[in-house]
Design a protein around this ligand. Structure first.
Ligand SMILES: Cc1ncc(COP(=O)(O)O)c(C=O)c1O
Length: 412
């Protein structure tokens, strides 16, 4: 018996889903808190916290020793690799854990960059979070490579003509995001990876803002590497790196000589955040528990179909409501284009952080600034940044209406 058996969810389904999140009981300014800060980090369900607590209370140990708590830790990490592999459509031996996406990307870039020099190029995009910019820029300084960028167009999408031109310059790697954490743009990374493959170029995908909204399928994307972060999909602060097995076996990442040399462990530095890894797996199981199907991957696909339909409806409501308010400008792709339910906007005469503060007074939590997607915010000419409201699985129509009413009230 699953909770969300259809793509047309009932209010009762959403209430049942919301009951898993103690944070939703919080009140601020006399109102229940409406969390629109999911693109910065989602709330965490009870099952995830309980899994982490259980690990720390009952199984806590370092790995690879012959006594029960250490063996249990090894087993839990192995089953977490399977859970995250199911989320990504990968095999467990292709999944490495780390502190967060940024740290994993710097680590991978350093490893790949060891084989590159003055004649080598990497292509990045203007739409990306700087976690998918700085690690490759660092190789300009450290290895003398050249970084080429793909511009973003006025509709919030990448310029594919330039992307193809960049690939014709035979770079080593194309690094691009599957979804923009600032504008919500979903980029067709399967198409990009296909073009890259045809040109003999590796692809690294930043799926941090994509993974909470669309079921990742690394085989369908055809990328060589992909990274995401469990705290964006209802888990704790842990980063996940997928790499094609051969690629993970070859990359010359810095590592301690006595540490395991086999993939994927060779990508992992030091003692990991075991309780976080257990929690990340529990987040995958939490998501899967709302879907039906024989395998965990099938159940995840079912849940994500629901999340997608629900996110699209909430996005439309938010877009139409906000665009009807005088002085509000919305950025990024219109709702008919591929996008996540994350809306970025400004209000004439109101600094972004003041808007966020005023909304927070009424229990509506939105983020403000550039969200480290610095280049695209600069291209939009927004010195003061954006206001960002993102829907998560627990967002309701009533919360969206409260956000719209709160913004409308500013100009009164
Ligand atoms: C699109 C995107 N990429 C990368 C990151 C960095 O992720 P992490 O905090 O796991 O390093 C973020 C964080 O907000 C993000 O939204």
């Amino acid at each position: 018996m699953t909770l969300l058996s259809s793509a047309a969810p009932q209010a009762a389904d959403i209430e049942a889903l919301r009951s898993h999140f103690p944070a939703l009981e919080r009140k601020h300014g006399g109102s229940p808190v409406a969390y629109f800060d999911g693109p910065g980090g989602t709330q965490v369900p009870r099952a995830v916290v309980e899994a982490m607590e259980s690990y720390l209370y009952h199984h806590n140990a370092n790995t690879h020793w012959p006594y029960p708590t250490s063996e249990e830790t090894d087993t839990l990490i192995a089953s977490a690799r399977s859970a995250l592999a199911d989320l990504l459509g990968a095999s467990p031996s292709e999944v490495a854990f780390g502190a967060n996406m940024t740290t994993l990307t710097f680590h991978l870039a350093r490893g790949l960059g060891r084989a590159w020099g003055r004649d080598d190029k990497v292509v990045i995009t203007e739409l990306d979070h700087h976690a998918n910019v700085a690690p490759w820029r660092a190789l300009e300084r450290d290895r003398g490579i050249t970084v080429l960028s793909v511009p973003v167009l006025g509709n919030g999408q990448l310029d594919w003509t330039i992307l193809e031109q960049r690939l014709s310059e035979k770079p080593r790697l194309l690094a691009l995001g599957a979804a923009s954490n600032a504008l919500g743009t979903i980029t067709d990374v399967a198409r990009a990876a296909g073009l890259a493959r045809d040109a003999g170029v590796l692809t690294f995908v930043d799926a941090v803002h994509y993974a909470p909204h669309v079921l990742v399928d690394v085989a369908a994307i055809g990328c060589d590497f992909l990274a995401c972060s469990s705290y964006k999909f209802y888990g704790p602060h842990v980063g996940i790196l997928y790499g094609r097995r051969k690629a993970l076996e070859r990359v010359e990442v810095p590592k301690l000589a006595p540490a395991p040399n086999a993939a994927p462990e060779r990508l992992e530095t030091g003692t990991l955040n075991h309780e976080g890894i257990v929690g990340a797996a529990a987040a995958v199981d939490f998501l899967a528990s709302f879907g039906s199907g024989r395998s965990r991957r099938d159940r995840l696909a079912d849940t994500f179909a629901f999340l997608h339909a629900r996110g699209a409806a909430l996005l439309l409501r938010m877009w139409e409501g906000l665009s009807g308010i005088a002085g509000v400008t919305l950025y990024g792709p219109t709702p008919d284009l591929p996008r996540t339910p994350t809306v970025a906007f400004t209000v004439d005469g109101w600094p972004a952080d003041t808007v966020a503060r005023r909304l927070a007074e009424r229990g509506v939590f939105v983020s403000s600034g550039d969200f480290y997607a610095t280049t695209v915010v600069e291209r939009l000419g927004l010195k003061d940044g954006l206001i960002r409201a993102g829907c998560a699985c627990y967002t309701t129509e009533e919360e969206v209406d409260r956000l719209i009413a709160g913004v409308a009230r500013l100009s009164l």
